[in-house]
Design a protein around this ligand. Structure first.
Ligand code: ATP
Ligand code: MG
Length: 772
């Protein structure tokens, strides 16, 4: 056996060794799903599969890089280089570049980031004369985004009276018009937004069978990590590409599905077995990441969710310390406590900063943490804030570069046409935009043709506009002979952007100049990196694509720092010590996600994700009062704290007069008197044992817990016959009578009056029903 295969347990090795066919690995956190994908790719390559024929889709580009690194170690780096690995967005942006002309896009299309899209929508709302308090641009953006991710095009939207009605009911009858306008403007600007990268890929694969075939033949082996969080658009792409060879391996954990709010569809995982022939289903049960205490506490949490595939998760790791729970007076105290505790752990256990993560539900919570870490001089990095490339000064430089690659890029143009100030006012820009819309041209083209148009722009302004266009054109000529670094360096200097900041002279201004320098260094690195590759030219367009899809998660750094991030971003990661802060009702679970069971269950999954990031120890903190919306409010401990079986917990007593004291006096690891804490509710359900269960116990556990195949107990086949008047029995709601059936196929629903649960509408393909 190849030596790397010995680094897997039997259950993990099985999906790695199954070379062909469709397979799904469903398993709890830390059980080696990502490892299985990594080793499977190495194995395929060792069996002679050409890396060009392997496509691997990951949740972040960083994850892809790490997998690639491991694969390089196993099979050699020259081979691994040719793998297509990355996020859906980065992989399909690459594919769209090649095929863009088929969809009427230039191959140098711009990628609009969220900020660009929102600015455009905001401008459209204004142009249409709509009330911006009703048509809030961020809301409109997310609505359009969700349409795109459900493949509802503008045409489909207008053909669907229900959607129009729903928007009208939400007081936004013109939403469809904004959508239409937005799509046209993006197209005219030669720009795709993030959602387009998926939507257009679908369009491409649907409309052009020869393109579909080309990529089906190319990607003979497809692998997807975090499959539980794919949205409909992503699901369809994977389905189309894998349809011919059906060599598809997806891994995921329904208990970690946390992106429903962004359109992730858990049914993708639940229906996988129906989507392909002869699906092999694998389960992994041993967790290698965390201590017994953490694994069991996490199990006891997820037990509380009703909608789930039950799984066995156990670990052979040590018990480890219990989970520390502490109450603090305010968020300031919370920050100081966390910083002290990190400091203490570092000293006592000789840990690095990088061994610690602080996780929170909302970005706003980072401030108190930052203040406290700074005071203690503990280096930290915030992930998921404004990415480096979204900072104003950086985006200004990038906008010039974008315009060189694609002069029709309207958002880039509007950003810099008068920055640094060159006397081109907003009235002029409005006139140009109106003309551009009227003639279906880009603003840049309108300026180029000013002499032929009667736009009532005075000659002074005309000159300024012409100078601007000439400057851009002169830079563009430079791009033909010079690499991206030379171009960017020239732009930064010649446009006056840097001088402007130098004049400013404030520390902020200086920091901005340093950022621009940093950007130039990055471009230099990129150019040098590309020179090593035979097939890339180090062009500006390629750099801009990397940048458009970069998240600050992707930034490589060698610094040793504590990581601060939202729980959503922490998915797939692991840290020895994890602090989950702000464990309060209304904050976590979020006040906005408590109105329905499914929202609450998603919050609970989020907590499960948070807790299972920890390897050695987890800390939960909450405050007595916290500033919310500018007011100090009483905070109540999160229900999730109470939901953990208390045998895994170590409650600290918050002293009545608790105040931050210097570290030596602060008794952060003091003993516990639970009576002073609060009453815990009796616990229900016993989580699986921490030690490896013997065969007998495993059988019992598995028997108690329905397997995925059981999840939709009544298959469509059985329930097609169902009709009004039938008597049925449901696993939870007991006996009932069918009142009504509607929908067809996958969407078929039954309205049933249950003795125990009243009238419920159930989707038949999931309903656990028995016909009586
Ligand atoms: P998540 O659900 O959080 O994404 P996962 O199922 O993808 O987790 P991995 O990240 O692949 O789990 O593995 C968790 C940790 O356990 C990693 O540090 C990994 O290297 C380690 N690990 C996995 N399998 C083994 C094994 N057979 N032997 C030793 N360590 C392992
Ligand atoms: Mg993983």
């Amino acid at each position: 056996m190849e030596s790397y295969l010995a680094e897997l347990n039997d259950a993990q090795r099985a999906p790695v060794l199954q070379k062909d066919g469709a397979m799904i690995v469903i398993a709890g956190a830390g059980s080696g799903k990502t490892r299985v994908l990594t080793y499977r790719i190495a194995y395929l390559m060792s069996k002679g599969v050409d890396p060009f024929n392997i496509l691997s889709l990951t949740f972040t580009n960083k994850a892809a890089r790490e997998m690639k690194k491991r694969i390089s170690q196993i099979v050699g780096s020259s081979e691994a280089k040719n793998l297509w690995m990355g996020t859906f967005h980065s992989i399909f942006a690459k594919m769209l570049r090649v095929e863009a002309d088929k969809l009427g896009y230039p191959s140098n299309f711009t990628i609009y980031d969220t900020q660009d899209s929102q600015r455009l929508i905001s401008a459209i709302i204004k142009e249409m004369g709509l009330d911006k308090d009703i048509y809030k641009y961020k809301q409109v953006y997310s609505r359009i985004s969700s349409y795109k991710n459900s493949l509802i095009t503008v045409k489909a939207y207008f053909q669907n009276p229900e959607l129009r009605e729903a928007d009208a009911m939400a007081k936004k009858p013109r939403l469809g018009d904004i959508y239409k306008n937005y799509v046209e403007r993006c197209f005219k600007a030669g720009a795709m937004d993030f959602d387009d990268l998926l939507l257009k890929t679908n369009e491409l694969l649907n409309r052009f069978p020869e393109v579909l075939q080309k990529y089906q033949n190319r990607f003979r082996y497809i692998l997807v990590d975090e499959y539980q969080d794919t949205n409909h658009s992503q699901y369809l792409i994977v389905k189309a590409l894998s349809d011919k060879f059906q060599n598809i391996c997806v891994v995921g954990d329904d208990a970690q599905s946390i992106y429903a709010f962004r359109g992730a569809n858990i049914n993708n995982i639940l229906n996988f077995q129906k989507d392909y022939d002869n699906v092999q289903m694998y389960r992994l049960e041993q967790n290698y990441r965390s201590t017994k205490n953490i694994v069991n506490a996490a199990n006891s949490i997820i037990e509380k969710n009703k909608t789930k595939l039950d799984k066995v998760v156990w670990t052979a790791n040590d018990d480890g310390p219990k989970i520390v729970v502490n109450r603090l007076l305010t968020d300031g105290d919370e920050g100081r406590y966390v910083a002290s505790s990190i400091f203490e752990n570092k000293m006592q256990k000789q840990m690095n900063n990088g061994d610690f993560a602080i996780l929170y539900r909302t970005n706003a919570q980072s401030r108190a943490m930052e203040d406290a870490l700074r005071k203690r001089e503990i280096p930290y990095r915030i992930y998921g804030g404004l990415s480096f490339y979204q900072r104003k000064e950086i985006k200004d430089v990038l906008s010039y570069l974008r315009l060189l690659v694609n002069p029709n890029d309207e958002e880039a143009l509007k950003r810099i046409i008068n920055f640094p100030a060159r006397g081109i006012g907003s009235t002029t820009i409005d006139k140009l935009t109106i003309a551009a819309n009227l003639y279906s041209k880009s603003v840049f083209e309108i300026i180029e043709n000013l002499d032929h148009l009667d736009l009532k722009i005075n000659s002074g302004t005309r000159n300024k506009l012409t100078n601007f266009v000439n400057m851009i054109k002169s830079f563009k000529i430079l791009t033909e002979n010079a690499d991206a670094f030379v171009v960017a360096d020239t732009v930064a200097k010649k446009t006056g952007l840097v001088q402007e900041l130098k004049k400013d002279g404030t520390p902020e201004g200086i920091a901005k100049i340093e950022n621009i320098e940093e950007l130039l260094n990055g471009i230099k690195d990129f150019v040098e990196g590309q020179e090593e590759l035979a097939d890339a030219s180090g062009s500006l367009a390629e750099f801009l694509e990397d940048v458009a899809l970069a998240t600050d998660m992707d930034k490589e750094t060698n610094e040793d720092h504590v990581a601060l991030m939202t729980i959503h971003l922490a998915k797939g990661l692991e840290f020895p010590y994890v602090y989950i802060v702000g464990m309060e009702e209304d904050l976590f679970p979020s006040g906005m996600s408590m109105s329905t069971r499914s929202e609450l269950e998603e919050e609970r999954r989020l907590f499960y994700v948070a807790l299972t990031r920890a390897e050695k120890q987890a800390y939960l903190t909450y405050t007595q009062s916290r500033y919310r919306w500018g007011k100090l409010v009483d905070a109540e401990p999160s229900r999730f704290i109470e939901e953990i079986d208390e045998v895994y917990m170590n409650y600290m007593i918050p002293q009545e007069d608790y105040k931050y004291k210097p570290l030596m006096d602060l008794d952060i690891f003091g003993d516990v008197d639970k009576s002073k804490f609060r009453q815990s509710k009796p616990k229900s359900g016993t989580p699986p044992p921490a030690h490896k269960p013997n065969e007998e116990q495993l059988r019992k556990l598995r028997k108690l817990r329905p397997t995925t195949t059981d999840y939709p107990t009544a298959s469509i086949k059985d329930t097609v016959k169902l009709e009004a008047g039938n008597e049925v029995e449901h696993i939870r709601f007991g006996k009932g009578k069918v009142l009504n059936i509607d929908g067809v196929g996958q969407d078929k629903k039954a309205e049933i009056n249950f003795e125990n649960g009243g009238v419920k509408k159930l989707l038949l393909r999931f309903a656990k029903l028995k016909l009586l």
